[in-house]
Design a protein around this ligand. Structure first.
Ligand SMILES: *Cc1c(COP(=O)(O)O)cnc(C)c1O
Length: 371
């Protein structure tokens, strides 16, 4: 029985081995490990790919969020709050805390699993400073509504685009709505390095410069520091790998949509399998293909027993995380989010996935949900 992983990074390396090997060999030959020509070139190429703007490259997606929050909101005043969805990866909330702000968690829409703008509006208080929408699974939040709320209340908007490289809402991508969009290049993301990496994309050149400096010891000159900083730099080798991958990203996102379309066809009309809804106004980049089912844990086990690498993104919502217990949420404060966390299941999806593999996953899934 051959295995079908959740993501197949080996297939991607093998398919473009020569390009990757040459890019990495170039870095080794030049000994350009921090900064260097690939770093500079990738920042420009990624900004261009995001639709024109400015990019600050950083060490990972979490730092992209943390440094963007710090530079956009300024130093913590001890009471400022940032509203985000509870249904997300831990880093979204962690970055808000790390920047010195208090995370305020709100509900998602039951069908799309994306941040509910009405819930955001209801959570605004005098201490609210920013909204942090999460473009989960490869589809953007309803940014027209989020921006209207932000403008009305004078709030900043920082987008978590870690799962949304290339996504669009009403024709515009991450960072073309809010003050900045934060990307992760963790290996399994749509654009992933061979290690950690991250970026902030913004239309504001000054902001991008401030974040870049913040990520490089607050350095303006080699040994002269006007502001405090941290070390959160993207390695030269990772930049070289990302330059190779960026050239294939549009094709890979298209291949992901094809895989999703195969799943859609096979799961259409199957009552026991509720697909997370996607909307007309969105260009989806299918970071994950997520369904909602009953008896989720049993079905997950049945898939795993058949060598199918399904996963859960994410099983424990942030308002229920022990690390955030000091925020005082009860486990039934966000019932839509908690219900979704019990029912969601991510099926294998990667650009190299074959139609036969999709068929095997769907067959195994349908057998498991009806047994
Ligand atoms: C991956 C991810 C992050 C964090 O990115 P890292 O590069 O792992 O630090 C943040 N938010 C979301 C939604 C993510 O999926």
């Amino acid at each position: 029985m051959s295995k079908i992983p959740l993501v197949d990074l080996q297939a991607q390396y093998q398919a473009h081995k020569q390009e990757f090997d040459a890019a990495i060999a170039g870095c080794l030959a030049r000994a350009s490990f921090v900064g260097g020509p690939d770093h500079e070139a990738f920042a420009g190429e990624f900004a261009e790919w995001c639709g024109g703007g400015h990019v600050a490259l950083v060490g990972n997606g979490t730092d992209a969020l943390t440094l963007a929050l710090k530079e956009i909101l300024g130093p913590s005043d001890g009471v400022g709050e940032v509203i985000t969805a509870s249904h997300t990866f831990i880093a979204t909330g962690g970055a808000i805390s790390a920047a010195g702000y208090r995370p305020v968690f709100v509900e998602v829409d039951a069908e799309t699993c994306l941040m509910d703008p009405d819930a955001v509006e209801a959570a605004i208080r005098p201490n609210t400073r920013a909204i942090l929408p999460v473009h989960l699974y490869g589809e953007m939040a309803e940014m027209d509504k989020v921006m209207a709320i932000a403008r009305h209340h004078g709030l900043k908007v920082i987008e978590d685009a870690a799962q949304a490289h290339g996504a669009k809402w009403q024709g515009k991508g991450p960072g073309h709505w809010g003050d900045a969009a934060c990307f992760s290049f963790y290996p399994g993301k749509n654009l992933g390095a061979w290690g950690d990496g991250g970026a902030v994309f913004t239309r504001d050149a000054d902001l991008a410069g401030r974040i870049s400096r913040h990520a490089d010891h607050g350095r303006e000159d080699k040994y002269l520091h006007q502001v405090e900083g941290v070390n959160s730099r993207l390695d030269g080798i990772q930049a070289a790998v990302l330059r190779v991958k960026l050239r294939h990203l549009d094709a890979w996102n298209e291949a992901r949509r094809q895989v999703a379309a195969w799943y859609d066809e096979l799961l259409e009309g199957k009552e026991a399998v509720e697909r997370v809804k996607t909307r007309e106004d969105a260009v989806h980049v299918r970071h994950l293909y997520v369904i909602q089912i009953e008896r989720r844990d049993e079905v997950l086990k049945a898939l795993q027993d058949q060598g199918i690498g399904a996963g859960i993104h994410y099983p424990v919502p942030l308002h229920e995380q022990p690390v955030f217990s000091h925020l005082g949420y009860g486990s039934d404060d966000l019932p839509i989010t908690s219900a979704a966390a019990r029912r969601i299941l991510s099926l294998p999806l990667f650009p190299e996935m074959s139609q036969a593999q999709v068929e095997r996953v769907a067959e195994t899934l349908l057998a498991a949900v009806s047994s």
